[in-house]
Design a protein around this ligand. Structure first.
Ligand SMILES: NC(=O)c1ccc[n+]([C@@H]2O[C@H](COP(=O)([O-])OP(=O)(O)OC[C@H]3O[C@@H](n4cnc5c(N)ncnc54)[C@H](O)[C@@H]3O)[C@@H](O)[C@H]2O)c1
Length: 483
């Protein structure tokens, strides 16, 4: 067994122990959430943080966070943590080049060194971009240290973990937001606008997905010297090998929840889910890894539970339906579907198409490219209408076509000004509990699974999601001294 594998097993042991401990507590906690009473995190505004100091853990995807916070006025990266030296050094070089403040560096003291970052008094926000099994333990620890947390997707994987995050956020009054960047995509925010302006009529159905061929990357071998080559110690492949259902539901689902005001007048009721057979991952494993190394033997013989295609349908208490698909294991162009259907029209993506009827009952029989382009321009969301200004202040609107930048900008803005965040811990919990519930449903011939009301009734009288433009004059000092 090589060093990487040993390290993985060690870290997997302590993280599953931590998750198990958290889970046993949370089953009891589930009955007593605040749900709109004093202590609820619904529309919660924390005291403003004039200068936002960010601690980033996990410097793969977290590198994008480092990049964005470095350019956003009023915030800077005060601490970084990764167990991989190459990634720590790469991040330090980037910050040096930007003449940004030099962060405290953690991670060199082993797999639990992130605890020191969470305890660091110079950190206000813990930005958690680690492998999935670390999302919940780090978030719980950080909130208990009094830090707001932002967690990569999916932030949690079981119903119990979701309750534990809700309870801890309510108790500590620390924000716990999922970093669902797709909620800030141009098409997604256009759809949000069309829905809230009433242009699609009454919204009845949505379709979202994560269709992304990740076969090669999942089977890629991590190189500790370079900090690349695949996911760190095959963390994603290992998870997908033992879980069916939809283990990555939020990219397609989050934006539809915005359109439907989920947890703000409507909420999820139940889900049914069906798995296709598994073929794509195992085929690639058998075909590509024929050598004698331990890694090759393991990869070609690995049995994978994840389906090539998982299809789930959620029904809301107000009678809407949402189809969510997951497919990361077959040859197919990227898509999140992004379809939102109302009585008067529809927006569908990949490619973007919009049809809105002219008069009741007619005029939306086919999509029309010219009309789509007109509507796209006319109803651009205020956040995207700001793209030029953002480019001027930040230097670019990079990262997944701009949505990463807008997400981090909004997060930083709301924390600096003491505003409620665009998405809260109840959104995180409702979206992420589907990992467990879709798997249980798919394991049981598509049995219907009830979805908990993590708001404990507070969903009935909440305002729609935030998602407003940013007033740059209200942001703090610029710490990036380049340019
Ligand atoms: N929202 C998006 O568009 C998007 C895109 C990519 C990844 N992600 C999410 O980001 C997260 C990370 O994904 P990634 O692609 O960066 O994975 P990765 O494997 O490339 O990076 C994980 C990093 O975590 C580090 N790490 C592992 N154990 C650690 C520990 N105990 N302490 C500190 N650091 C540790 C590794 O050294 C590695 O640098 C995942 O949750 C993933 O789902 C989201």
């Amino acid at each position: 067994m090589d060093q990487n594998r040993r390290d993985f097993l060690k870290s997997a042991f302590w993280t599953s122990a931590a998750i198990a401990a958290a889970s046993s507590k949370s089953a009891k906690a589930a009955q007593t959430c605040c749900g709109g009473a004093a202590g609820s995190m619904m529309a919660y505004a924390a005291p403003p943080i004039k200068t936002l100091r960010v601690g980033v853990i996990g410097l793969g995807r977290g590198g994008a966070g480092v990049n964005n916070f470095t350019y956003i006025p009023g915030s800077y990266v005060s601490a970084i943590c990764d167990i991989n030296a190459a990634r720590r050094n790469r991040t330090l070089s980037f910050l040096k080049k930007q003449h940004a403040p030099v962060p405290k560096v953690y991670g060199d003291k082993g797999a639990e060194d992130w605890k020191r970052l969470c305890e660091d008094p110079n950190v206000d926000l813990v930005y958690n971009a680690t492998p999935w099994e670390l999302h919940v333990p780090i978030a719980l620890y950080a909130m208990k240290c009094g830090k707001h947390v932002a967690i990569e997707v999916p932030s949690a994987f079981t119903v119990d973990e979701c309750w534990e995050l809700v309870k801890t956020s309510e108790k500590t009054k620390c924000h716990c937001m999922q970093l669902e960047n797709c909620c800030y995509g141009e098409s997604e925010l256009l759809a949000y606008n069309l829905c809230h302006l009433g242009l699609l009529g009454e919204i009845t159905h949505g379709e979202g997905a994560y269709i992304h061929d990740l076969r090669t990357y999942n089977y890629g071998k991590w190189n500790d010297k370079t900090g690349g080559g695949g996911y760190w110690n095959y963390w994603r492949l290992r998870h997908n090998a033992v879980h069916g259902g939809n283990q990555y539901p939020t990219h397609g689902l989050g934006p539809i929840c915005m359109d439907m005001d989920i947890n703000r007048g409507d909420r999820f009721d139940f889900v049914v889910s069906v798995d296709s057979k598994q073929a794509g991952f195992e085929e690639l494993g058998r075909a590509r890894f024929k050598g004698d190394s331990e890694d090759d033997k393991w990869r070609r013989s690995l049995k994978v539970k994840m389906a090539d295609m998982n299809t789930s349908i959620i029904r809301t208490v107000n009678g809407r339906t949402i189809m969510v698909q997951h497919n990361v294991g077959t040859a197919r162009p990227y898509s999140r579907l992004n379809l939102i259907q109302g009585t008067r029209g529809v927006l569908a993506d990949y490619p973007l198409r919009i049809a809105i009827e002219g008069s009741l009952g007619s005029g939306a029989h086919v999509y029309n490219d010219k009309k789509t382009a007109e509507i796209r321009q006319k109803y651009k969301h205020p956040i995207w209408a700001q793209a030029d200004e953002v480019k001027k202040v930040l230097g670019s609107v990079g990262g997944h076509g701009g949505m990463d930048t807008f997400m981090v900008l909004r997060l930083s803005y709301c924390l600096q000004l003491g505003l409620p965040l665009d998405m809260n811990v109840y959104d995180l919990a409702s979206w992420c509990c589907l990992c467990e519930l879709t798997e249980k449903s798919a394991d049981n011939r598509g049995r219907s699974m009830d979805i908990p009301d993590f708001t404990c009734g507070a969903w009935k009288n909440q305002k729609p999601f935030g998602f407003e433009a940013v007033d740059f004059s209200k942001l703090g000092q610029n710490f990036n001294t380049v340019g």
